[in-house]
Design a protein around this ligand. Structure first.
Ligand code: COA
Length: 171
C-alpha cells in the first residue's frame, strides 16, 4: 500500500482522472464527491477553481474553505476527497469535515478506509483536532471506514428530505 497517496489534482494525471470519471459513468453513477464534477473536461480550469476554494476564493454559497485531493495508487486515480477547513452550522449538523468516494470498480479493496486515514492526517495538518465525519444511515461501507478510523458515534440527524445522517467524531 506504499504508493497510495493523496495528491492535489494535477494535469499530469489528466487521462487517469478522465478514466475515473468514465468509470463512474459506465456504472451509471454520478461522480462523487462534488468537486470532481467541476468542468472535468477542462482540468486547468477545475484546478484553478479548486485552488481558489482552498484559499476561500470563489466559494459556492454557504461553503467554507475546502481542499480537494485525489487518492492515487501508483499513478491510477482511485478516488477523491474534499476536506472542509472548518464547520459551519450545516456542516456541523450534516456533512462534517470530510467527504469522499472511491471509483466504482475499485471499491471493497480497502481504499475507502485508507483514503479516510490519509484525509484525517490532512485535516490534522490544517489544525483540526476533532474531525467530524458523517454518513447516510444504511451506507454500511462508509460507516465501516469511519469506525475503522476511530470514529465515535454521537448522533443521528434528519435532513429536510427525510434522509438520516449518522455523525461520528474522530479525535
Ligand atoms: C463508502 C466508500 C468510500 C467505501 O470505499 P471502499 O473502498 O469500498 O471501502 P473499503 O474497501 O475500505 O471497505 C470498507 C468496508 O465496507 C465493506 N463494504 C464495501 N462495500 C460494501 C457494500 N456495498 N455493502 C456493504 N459493505 C461494503 C467492505 O467489505 C469493508 O468491510 P470488511 O473489511 O468488513 O469487509 C465507497 O463505497 C464509495 O465511494 N461509495 C459511494 C460514495 C459514498 O457513499 N461515499 C461516502 C459518503 S460521503
Amino acid at each position: 500500500m506504499n504508493n497510495i497517496r493523496l495528491i492535489k489534482p494535477t494535469l499530469d494525471l489528466k487521462e487517469e482522472f478522465l478514466g475515473m470519471i468514465n468509470d463512474w459513468k459506465n456504472h451509471n453513477e454520478k461522480p462523487k464527491p462534488w468537486p470532481i464534477n467541476i468542468e472535468p473536461d477542462n482540468l486547468p480550469q477545475m484546478i484553478k477553481r479548486l485552488e481558489g476554494y482552498s484559499r476561500g476564493i470563489g466559494l459556492n454559497e454557504n461553503h467554507v474553505e475546502n481542499t480537494t485531493y485525489w487518492l492515487i495508487d501508483n499513478n491510477k486515480v482511485i478516488g477523491a476527497c474534499n476536506i472542509r477547513h472548518r464547520l459551519n452550522d450545516y456542516l456541523l449538523k450534516y456533512d462534517g469535515h470530510i467527504g469522499g468516494a472511491i471509483r466504482p470498480s475499485e471499491r471493497g479493496k480497502g481504499y475507502g478506509t485508507t483514503m479516510l486515514t490519509l484525509a484525517i492526517q490532512k485535516a490534522k495538518e490544517l489544525g483540526i483536532d476533532k474531525v467530524l465525519i458523517t454518513c447516510n444511515k444504511g451506507n454500511t461501507a462508509s460507516e465501516k471506514t469511519i469506525v475503522r478510523n476511530g470514529g465515535v458515534f454521537e448522533s443521528e440527524e434528519v435532513e429536510d428530505n427525510g434522509n438520516i445522517v449518522r455523525r461520528f467524531w474522530i479525535k
